[in-house]
Design a protein around this ligand. Structure first.
Ligand code: 8Y4
Length: 279
């Protein structure tokens, strides 16, 4: 897949490292610490083998509050600019806002990761104009209330139908099929069972004929099943990332890059040996 001037081979799973630039975790709420921390985090994730850095300035955790366009721009643009100056990597902008997409791409991002699948005002047009790959994610409801009462006829079929429809709309609007990635949206308006039904049937999403991204890192599908706090979910993170990789996920979005890269190496070795034996 082509990302501006960089090409990324998706024939084996790639690891997307998560960089949060929401200021809640910074004591002074200032931008200096956020920038320094962002650069350090990025350098670490790249040294651990991340292929893509996903930068988001809106918290989409259940219950999170809305942020303004200006707030989001202030958070992500300086970080994108300084990462581009210092590192040679693919930057993904995690946003649903058209203006943030456009300015992030101008600042050096080369993938749009939209949990609202380009359904917000102007987002589709901004993505068409940006001429970069887009990740279309499924979500039921809005972040603040999405976990209150998720309901599906058949979660895999329903999510597939939504993604199919968004692919068609994006292609009609002028986004090339080769520029589209889809994502079932683990944790976004799904019960524990819904999430594991999607993981159990993950290979079915390949019927959409575009690369598939899986994001389960540290989410409550691990916390609730394993009864573990965020910092104690590493084994769970690696277990679900390994299953997704085994089921052919082209991109895995994670906080724990080093451990996920190890798991992907094992999957790659297994796949190489299976192919050798078939000949
Ligand atoms: C702890 C830490 C608990 C983080 C929950 C979370 C996805 C995504 C998010 C995803 C794609 C998150 C931006 C939610 N999840 N983008 N973004 N796919 N494409 N929650 O699954 O990480 S944010």
């Amino acid at each position: 897949m082509q990302f501006k001037d960089k090409c990324l081979d998706l024939s084996s799973p790639r690891v997307m490292g998560i960089l949060n630039v929401t200021p809640d975790s910074f004591s002074d709420g200032g931008t200096f610490n956020m920038l320094e921390n962002g650069l350090a985090q990025t350098g670490l994730m790249l040294s651990e083998g991340a292929d893509i850095i996903d930068i988001g300035g809106e918290s989409t955790r259940p219950g999170a509050q809305d942020v303004s366009i200006q707030q989001e721009l202030d958070r992500v643009i300086p970080v994108i600019e300084s990462i581009c100056q210092r590192f040679d990597t693919i930057i993904s902008i995690d946003t649903s806002k058209a203006q943030v997409m456009t300015e992030a791409i101008n600042a050096g991002a080369s993938l749009i990761n939209d949990v609202r699948a380009l359904q917000e005002n102007g987002a589709l047009e901004a993505a068409v104009a940006a001429k970069v790959p887009v990740c279309l994610m499924h979500m039921q409801g809005q972040p603040r209330v999405m976990q209150q009462n998720p309901h599906y006829e058949d979660v895999v079929k329903d999510v597939m139908a939504f993604l199919q429809q968004r692919i068609a709309i994006c292609r009609k609007a002028g986004i090339a099929g080769e520029q589209i990635i889809v994502d079932p949206g683990f944790g976004f308006g799904k019960s524990l069972e819904h999430n594991y039904q999607m993981l159990a049937n993950f290979e079915k999403f390949h019927r959409l004929n575009v690369p598939v991204l899986a994001g389960m890192s540290r989410k409550s599908m691990l916390g609730h099943l394993l009864q573990r706090e965020i910092g104690q979910r590493l084994a769970g993170n690696v277990a679900v990332a390994t299953v997704a990789a085994q089921k052919g996920a082209q991109i895995i979005r994670v906080h724990d890059v080093k451990e996920t890269v190890d798991a992907v190496k094992i999957i790659n070795m297994i796949n190489a040996c299976r192919n050798n034996n078939e000949r």
